[in-house]
Design a binder for this molecule. Structure first.
Ligand SMILES: [Zn+2]
Length: 229
């Protein structure tokens, strides 16, 4: 369902009806969901949406602002431009091209709605695929280099600015977004997490160990300033 908001902004919304629901509206991932008691008519819901339209449009705008600039992304330290095309496909597809562009193919149905969130999700999925394809080799290299091994490792999203983590149970978690950086940095972060298998905090002995494996680690630390490892 949809209504027109100010400046002809169309608000498209989904309705969830439940026996025990109060009336409330959520805006998430660009989607407006109206939760309503089962006995609310669609006219009544539409009226409420009209009343709340300014608030809803504000929420949508706020969400857009928090999305990253989706014109280019980095993979292995190289900049790729994003090109969005619409085709008759069912789900988003993504092609890495040799001229450093990423073609993202979106289903035609997304043409009219904001697609920032969908782009963000496609890019996240791409990092995950790259990470999953690379991680085993990297782990093996660092295992041989350091003579240590984590109990387990996994690729999964961490806090916004956390690229890697070594947990108390000696499990290493790598954020797929680490793969935006050049290969030396990716390897450095993994070595860094391996060093945490032995030393929990960034103390003197930790630094000495790191220095042994990555003599120029301070330079890399600088390049990933603002991120936690
Ligand atoms: Zn650390």
């Amino acid at each position: 369902m949809s209504i027109f908001g100010k400046r002809n902004n169309v608000i498209t919304y989904k309705v969830n009806k439940a026996i025990n629901s109060d009336m409330y509206i959520t805006v998430q991932n660009g989607e407006v969901v109206v939760n309503a008691p089962w006995y609310f008519t669609s006219n009544k819901i539409q009226e409420i949406i009209k009343e709340k339209k300014n608030w809803i449009l504000e929420q949508i705008e706020e969400e857009k602002k928090s999305l990253p600039n989706m014109r280019n992304v980095k993979i292995f330290g190289k900049n790729y431009d994003i090109e969005v095309v619409y085709k008759n496909v069912k789900t988003p597809e993504l092609n890495l091209q040799e001229d450093y562009t990423i073609e993202i193919i979106l289903p035609n149905k997304y043409k009219k709605v904001g697609n920032e969130q969908i782009l963000k999700m496609s890019i996240e999925k791409m990092y995950e695929q790259i990470a999953n394809a690379q991680i085993e080799n990297l782990m093996e290299r660092v295992r041989i280099m350091t003579g240590m091994a984590p109990e387990e490792y996994s690729i999964s999203k961490l806090g916004k600015n956390v690229l890697g983590k070594c947990l108390d149970n000696k499990m290493i978690i790598i954020n797929p977004e680490l793969f935006q950086f050049k290969r030396e940095i990716i390897e450095y972060v993994i070595i860094h997490e391996f060093c945490h298998l032995k030393y929990k905090s960034h103390g003197k002995r930790f630094s000495e160990m790191l220095q042994k494996y990555v003599p120029s680690y301070k330079k890399y630390d600088n390049e990933i300033q603002g991120y936690e490892i």
